[in-house]
Write a protein that binds this ligand. Structure first.
Ligand code: GDP
Length: 296
């Protein structure tokens, strides 16, 4: 197994022990280790390059040079920069609009959209006492509509029926109308899984976005996708004004480098992390804790 960034850095720290000051050579050695470890954690190359350049500036600046324990100060710089890159603090879901607040779920097939829709419904009901309606605009896979119905029930939310014979845009409008008339606080719109390269499907979700004016457009992405997450994120970012990201399957053995890439490429905050298949397996994303995971 590859050494983690922590392992690599602590080896360097040991070598540096006894040195009163950090040298440029030390910094170069460290940057090389950071670069290798991030690539092993599946962070995209351009993102790694930017990251390393920022750490270099800070390491050569006053944060490390002249510090009592330069080795540890370096590790601190890397950890802090990782957390900052993934977004500092907690990015909450924005529901500040006249109800119903619409949340549009976007992402590739299999990313975890339907599961996350139900998890979010449960969280909004339990933590924020909201009245929640879900609807599926996936007319291509009738099984997807049924799946949303099942998980919505498990979440304790209400489900708006849709059928494979309807147009996604009509489904969305009917659901919004129903949500308005029945005083729902939130409408969660699950969409068809699409391949990023499928222009017709991307045009369809843009059309849904225009019709619904969602307050949140969440890009759902599988943490296990690693390097591929970059291309997917780029395609969705170009198609839609994303307001947040949900990183799923963080309970898998991915080191979570996708978080850095996706955050850098979309510019949107990572709001939630999927941590199990179960309906309560959704956590508010904590950048600082995730930095620890990437460090290993
Ligand atoms: P969709 O096609 O984007 O709607 O994806 P689904 O919601 O159907 O999820 C695809 C698969 O990933 C299902 O088997 C889910 O149970 C699983 N899944 C979704 N989120 C998570 C997660 O956070 N952790 C794990 N382990 N599995 C997940």
């Amino acid at each position: 197994m590859a050494s983690t960034l922590s392992d690599r850095l602590s080896r360097l720290v040991k070598q540096m022990r006894g040195q009163a000051r950090i040298t440029e050579d030390n910094v170069q050695d460290m940057l090389r280790e950071v670069r290798m470890a991030l690539l092993e954690a599946d962070v995209a190359l351009p993102v790694v390059r930017d990251f390393v350049a920022r750490v270099k500036d800070k390491a050569l600046g006053q944060e490390v040079v002249g510090s009592l324990s330069p080795g540890q100060a370096l590790v601190g710089v890397v950890h802090k920069e990782l957390a900052a890159t993934m977004g500092e603090g907690v990015a909450d879901l924005n529901l500040a609009t006249q109800p119903p607040a619409v949340i549009l779920m976007a992402g590739l097939q299999g990313a975890g959209k339907t599961t996350t829709t139900a998890k979010l419904a449960k969280l909004l009901i339990e933590k924020r006492k909201k009245k929640v309606l879900t609807v599926s605009a996936d007319v291509y896979r009738p099984a997807a509509i049924e799946q949303l119905k099942t998980v919505t029930k498990a979440a304790g939310a209400e489900w708006f029926p849709s059928s494979a014979n309807d147009k996604p845009i009509d489904i969305a409008r009917a659901a919004l109308d129903h949500a308005r008339r029945h005083y729902f606080d939130v409408l969660l719109v699950d969409t068809a899984g699409r391949l990023a390269i499928d222009e017709a499907m991307m045009a369809e979700i843009r059309e849904l976005h225009a019709a619904l004016s969602p307050i949140e457009t969440l890009f759902v992405v599988d943490a296990m996708q690693g390097q591929d997450a970059v291309n997917t994120a780029k395609a969705f970012k170009d198609a839609l004004p994303l307001s947040g990201v949900v990183l799923t399957k963080l309970d898998g053995d991915a080191r979570g480098g996708a978080a850095l890439s996706v955050r850098a490429i979309t510019g949107a905050p990572i709001k939630f992390a999927g941590v199990s298949e179960k309906i309560d397996g959704l956590e508010v994303f904590d950048a600082d804790r995730h930095a620890g995971r990437v460090l290993g």
